[in-house]
Structures are given as C-alpha cells and as structure tokens.
Design a protein around this ligand. Structure first.
Ligand code: SF4
Length: 325
C-alpha cells in the first residue's frame, strides 16, 4: 500500500485520542466528542505536526475539530447552501453537475483526507459514496471545453483511477482544459506521487487536453510544508492555483492572509479565490461579515502585487457564476 493510503487508513477519528496526542486538558473537550450531526472527526496523524500542542484555538485544528456550536440551528444556514440538491445527473453512476456554462463538473467521490467542519457539502457527503464504474461512459456536452473534477477530493482516487479518468476525458475533442480541485496534496504531500505527476503532465499526452489546472484548497500558512512545495515543483507543466475560505478564528486577519498568499506566489501558486463562507448548517461560528472581508481585501491589495490578491467571491444558489464581493 502506498504511504499516503496507509496514512489515510490510520486517521484519527476519536476526539479523546486527538486531545491526548495534542496534550490538551479534557475539560476543553467539545461536548460533541465524536463529531456532530453524523459528521465525524477525520484528521491524519501527520497533520498534528502543524498544530500547536495544548492550544484548542490553533488555526489548523479549528478547521477540523467538532464544536458544540455545530449543533446550533442558525437562521439562513442550511444543508444545501449552494442549491446543488437534485441538480446532478447520474452518468454511469457518477454524479455530474452542469451548473456552469461551458464547464462540466464531475463529483468523483464523497471521501476526503479530512473532514473540514465548514465544508459546504458536509451534509451531501454523508450520502452513499460514489463509485466509479468501468468502463467509463461519461458524456461531456459538446459546449463544454472544461471538465472539473471535484468531490469530496478527487485525488483520493488511486493513481490508476485518476489516469483512467484523464484518459477518458481526453477523448472528447471539445474538452481543452481539465481542472482538479483538491486539498489532499496539502494535507498529505506524499499524495503527489511520481505517477500522478506524470498523469497530470499534458506534454505526455498524445492529443486532446491543452492544459491541466490544479487548484489547492489552503486556508492558513501553517498548513504549508517544505515537502508540499518540493513535491509540487515537479509539476512543471500544470497550472497551479489556490482557493481559500475566509474563516473566523482561522484566517480573518490581514497578516495571516498576506503571509499565505505571498508564500503561495513565491512557489508558483496563484491565489485564485477567497471564498465567503457558504452558509452550511453547522458552520455559522466560522462566518466573517462581508464588510470585514472587504476591509481585509483592501488591506491585502495594498500590500501584495495584483496577481497575489485573490478574488473575494461568494457562491449564490441559482446564479450562473460566483458573485465578486
Ligand atoms: S477537503 Fe473540500 S470537500 Fe473535503 S471536507 Fe474539506 S472542504 Fe469539504
């Protein structure tokens, strides 16, 4: 079994164990110890190296630690904040969303390496796992020039499964770009295997795709490691971008965001989007007011070059594209 798969099979799912390993007192244990609303704790052991021991407010830990606040019902926060329910079409058992013009989004899996507490799909991800059935017979509409792999985390698939998907998508002459949204290489840098790097390299492909975009989900500079940067440097022919969710108590601070975006820009990763939190039930305690988000953006824009300043956006159910705030 590959190193990253072995790590995934040994994730921490018990809050008491997590607190013991982080040398935290039992009295700061949240009152929903194994996760609220059937959405359990899930965190790989190696991520603990990036969390300060004894600090329940550590910005990395806060993203994954179940909180009592998740059980509160807050007006405006729903199970399906971006209105995806019922919109997916099943193609060969694989859910496909065609909500954006010219792009087709495949929900490849419900699994992730971590359970982010603010995940906008945290309720839909509890459904039965998607399973890719072979041979694949996905249909990409003719008007689509881009396929987006999402989930869950598409890079939780085996290298051979990613290869099969990429080869399949390549057969559509209208599809020129492949975009993959992932958090896994940040959480477990070993996921960037040599084989995967080869699969994503368009130079090695005979025809079809012109460009592969890899969009990393990263919220705090403490998530970044030397190993992550070393491994992604081998992706010489892939466009690297990042997206960040603005989260109270995690990154709602100009110094933190400047450090994050500047570090990413130093390593060829273009900060793409800063997302306003999707109003998903259980995540209201992470919400930063839009007025505060705008202040932060103005400060960041005064301190960084334009290409290192992401667009501050919000997804609104029923809209054809994200709204720039
Ligand atoms: S990695 Fe993405 S899809 Fe997975 S739990 Fe986190 S936010 Fe949700």
């Amino acid at each position: 079994m590959s190193d990253w798969k072995a790590e995934l099979n040994d994730c921490i799912t018990d809050v008491s164990e997590l607190f013991r390993l982080l040398e935290m007192e039992p009295e700061v244990l949240p009152r929903c110890p194994s996760g609220s609303s059937g959405y359990p704790l899930l965190i790989p052991r190696s991520l603990l190296d990036r969390i300060e021991k004894g600090n329940p407010n550590d910005p990395v830990l806060r993203q994954f630690l179940p909180q009592e606040a998740e059980t509160l019902s807050v007006q405006g926060f729903t199970d399906d904040p971006v209105g995806e329910a019922g919109k997916e079409q099943r193609v060969n058992q694989l859910p496909v969303l065609n909500k954006y013009t010219g792009r087709s989004l495949l929900l490849t899996t419900n699994s992730c390496a971590v359970n982010c507490r603010f995940c906008f799909r945290r309720h839909s991800r509890k459904k039965q796992l998607s399973v890719i059935h072979y041979p694949l017979s996905i249909t990409v509409p003719l008007h689509c020039s881009e396929v987006i792999l999402s989930g869950g985390d598409p890079l939780i698939l085996e290298d051979t499964e990613v290869q099969t998907l990429v080869n399949y998508i390549r057969k559509f002459p209208n599809v020129k770009r492949l975009r993959i949204h992932t958090r896994l290489p940040v959480i477990l840098p070993k996921r960037m295997t040599e084989k995967l790097v080869g699969v994503l390299d368009t130079r090695r492909q005979a025809a079809g795709l012109n460009a592969v975009y890899l969009v990393f989900h990263i919220n705090h500079p403490n998530e970044l490691t030397g190993e992550f940067f070393e491994r992604i440097q081998t992706l010489q022919n892939t466009v690297l971008m990042s997206q960040t969710v603005l989260l109270k108590g995690v990154n709602d601070d100009a110094d933190v965001l400047v450090q994050l975006f500047e570090t990413l820009a130093n390593h060829r990763i273009i900060p793409y989007y800063l997302h306003q939190l999707d109003k998903v039930a259980g995540a209201a305690h992470f919400e930063v007011p839009i007025s505060r988000g705008r202040e932060l953006l103005a400060e960041i824009a005064g301190r960084l070059p334009g290409y290192a300043v992401p667009k501050y956006v919000q997804e609104v159910a029923g809209e054809k594209s994200k709204i720039v705030l």
